[in-house]
Design a protein around this ligand. Sequence first.
Ligand code: EPS
Length: 395
Amino acid sequence: MFRFLTAGESHGPSLAAILEGLPANLLLDFDEINFQLKRRQGGYGRGARQQIETDKIEVISGIRFGRTMGGPVTLLVKNRDHENWLDRMSVTPIEQETAPITQPRPGHADFPGMLKYHTEDLRPILERSSARNTAALVAAAGICRHLLKVAGIEVISHVVMIGNEWAKFAGTVNYREVAKLAEASPVRCADPDAEARMVSAIDVCMTEGTRDTLGGIFEVVVLGCPPGLGSFVHWDRKLDARLAGALMSIQAIKGVEVGLGFGVAEIPGSKVHDELFFNAGDGFTRGTNNAGGIEGGMTNGEPIVVRAAMKPISTLPTALATVDIKTHQPVKAHFERADVCAVPAAGIVGEAMVVLALTEVVLDKFGGDSIEEFGRNVGGYMAEVRERGFTRVHD
Ligand code: EPS
């Protein structure tokens, strides 16, 4: 059974991640994991924090000679900025604690968090709810990507909309091509015309007088997925439900779609469902993938396609109205350093959450205490479905 936990605060000493249940002897490329962390720090419109941090993993347990050993893997991602916060984020008691921040930001965790955790200071709420903590998720997923790769599974993402500027794709999408174009784009958008419009929309929000924040939509695509991951037998074993929960758990996400998503409500069944065909060369094939690679809560051998809608960052340069949690007087919401737009980075975090959710279901299905045993189990299952005409997964 695979499980993981993260810990840490945005301006505390460090972020941490513990992964338990990975097979032994999984060879890891640390540069690849640090590259994922670098990807998360990118994106046009990111805040000044990204100039302070150069996120890299520090391994505390579970790895020897670059390979897992079967025990818990513990990673740290240090907060270099902590040294600038020793007063406000001191671990030990201090003489004069910093004054509480009592002006909750609409849209953030502040107001419900201050009531729940019985504090008049939003700092303890902000610190753990901050999107900074997604770095620990990306680090954990960086390890798990290596396991998925053994099963032939690859996870990519790209941005489809920022500030109501939409990317357009004609005909059948070549996801590997999309991934390559997105990787080279400052807003991770594979449509150059849309990229230009997205950058302009962010520039407007970065300009004095029209300062604001922007949200958008990113798409995560899983290639090479074997059929039959997940299950229809119980609500919490349906893979689409787990992916939706995983994506919704990312800071600022307010909507998730699988495949055609809400579009399925607009057209009749004869246009929605992906007809199944067969030919000797390709085995089972589909003409469309409106299901986004998942039917009945299980992968069907087509690419998994999920999208998530990110709200604009809640910390606004033009502060919204709020109420002082202590005096109940009308005030302007608290402001501190933040991004203008973090949709590209959210796509990388979306990849990480899909990787972590897939790791759970892949180990549920194939198990294995060693990567050798895991590989044999995947190979045996794929040989079995091949005999039944499922010759290849579709990218
Ligand atoms: C972020 C780190 C944070 C923010 C941002 C994203 O660092 P700091 O608070 O020190 O600037 O820049 O998080 C938010 C704006 C938020 O509201 O959570 C990161 O590393 O992604």
